[in-house]
Design a protein around this ligand. Sequence first.
Ligand code: PLP
Length: 321
Amino acid sequence: MPTPLDRSTTWPYENGELGAFSYSRFSSPTVAEAERALGDLDGGEALLFASGTAAALTVALALLGPGETVALAEGAYYGTGVLLRELSRWGLRHVEFDQTGKAPRDADLVWLEAPSNPFLTMPDFEAAASHPAPVLCDATAATPVHLRPLERGCDLVLHSATKFLAGHEDVLLGAVVCREAATAERLRELRGRTGAVAAPDVAWLLLRSLPTLELRVARQTESARIIAERLRGHPKVTVVRYPGFGGLLSFDVSDADAARRVETGTRLVANMTSLGGVVTRIEARSRWEGDRVPPGLLRLSVGLEDPEDLWADLTTALEAA
Ligand code: PLP
């Protein structure tokens, strides 16, 4: 049975006392239900935010202060670095490190990404878990289908639920899943103060999407494996990055002009940003990330179309590379 959508912003006090729900900036029944469902998938206490970025901001503001340092996985989602740079105006510092090894000892929060977007590296979870600071893993691209970071020694999991979790290109949503109830409580408190909470409609859309998550991700993985393998044998492709699971991969062609010709040369594969949806999309990441990525790097998020149709489309476009 689908969960009913409750759009109320307020609920009556119970005999003059605060009940479970009072004002929707703090929480609401549909948001709480979606949090329960996601918490079950990741094995912790989940909180929903207005976007993945709002989730990341709330973690930084709630758990860190001026003069403290985040050790951020090199090659992680470029927007996380942009956000942390913005917060440097308030005295928060960050350093990048190679997440396949150890994080700098003096970090106050270790920020992993599994797999990193768009470089597709995987963290060394054992090394991270032995760090004295709390460890966060952005598992947007892995999803709980492939990875449960709390079982690998992490303290927090972050998702841009905009991507695979919601999966239909119609939801902007973020989530943090906490190992400790006290951490969840602190995040909940700050979320209420900043108003970074998710809306009930969006939480309801997540509830619609979660029952098909495993099916979607299995199909995306199956197709992405086929495409990654064929790309590896293609004469116009110099590098393929794929961790062996999930729907996200990246590959390089010779230069920026070739990448432009490929991304604009597909018909079935959309030339759009984002990832994790039912529609396969490709884009040259240098338009967003500049020289942080090779000029010929193309990021491909594999959707639910027939992999043979996708490959035929990609090979046609690659001929022009
Ligand atoms: N984390 C990763 C790995 C992402 O790819 C993104 C967005 O692309 C985000 C976080 C930010 O999420 P949102 O766009 O929902 O704010």
